[in-house]
Ligand binder design. Structure first.
Ligand SMILES: [Zn+2]
Length: 149
C-alpha cells in the first residue's frame, strides 16, 4: 500500500507529539513547535537523529519558550543526557542543528511566536493552539526557511 509522504509525516509527528507530552507533562504550543523544528532539521540534514546529530538551541531555559527544548529532544534524540543538545541565551525560538559537515539553522516565525504569546485572543486553550500548530506546514511555522551553510 502506498502511503503519501505527507500522511506519513503527519503520523510521525503525531507519534512524536504523544511521546513529547508524556515526557514534558502537558501539551503546549512551544512543545509542538519544538517537535516540528526537530523533524524539519532531520529532513534538511538527511539525518535520522540520535548519534549523528547535534543541536544548539538559543531558547535559554525559561518556560514557556524553553518547552521547545523538550520537543526538539523527543524528535531528534539529541538530549541533555546524551550531551547532544545545549540550551543557550538569548532566549529566541531558534536552534542550530548539525550532522557531519551539514548545518542548518531553523527559527520559528515571529508571527507564530506572537500568536502563541497572545493565544487567549483566538483559542480556548493551550492544547487547541498546540494542535493548530501541529497541523500547519513548515513554511507557515518557520519563516526564514532553513539556511544551509
Ligand atoms: Zn511546556
Amino acid at each position: 500500500m502506498e502511503i503519501k509522504a505527507e500522511e506519513e509525516g503527519g503520523a510521525i509527528i503525531e507519534d512524536a507529539v504523544q511521546k513529547a507530552v508524556e515526557f514534558h507533562g502537558h501539551l503546549g504550543p512551544f512543545l509542538v513547535l519544538g517537535v516540528r523544528m526537530g523533524h524539519l532539521a532531520k529532513r534538511e540534514l538527511g539525518s535520522s537523529g540520535f548519534e549523528g546529530m547535534r543541536a544548539v538551541a538559543k531558547t535559554g531555559n525559561v518556560p514557556s519558550l524553553s518547552c521547545l527544548l523538550d520537543g526538539i529532544q523527543i524528535s531528534t534524540g539529541c538530549t541533555m543526557g546524551n550531551g547532544k543538545i545545549s540550551a543557550e541565551p538569548p532566549g529566541i525560538p531558534e536552534a542550530e542543528f548539525s550532522a557531519g559537515e551539514k548545518k542548518v539553522t531553523i527559527r520559528a516565525k515571529g508571527e507564530v511566536v506572537e500568536e502563541i504569546r497572545r493565544w487567549r485572543e483566538r483559542y480556548a486553550s493551550l492544547e487547541e493552539i498546540a494542535r493548530s500548530i501541529q497541523g500547519r506546514s513548515d513554511e507557515e511555522l518557520f519563516g526564514s526557511k532553513a539556511q544551509k551553510r
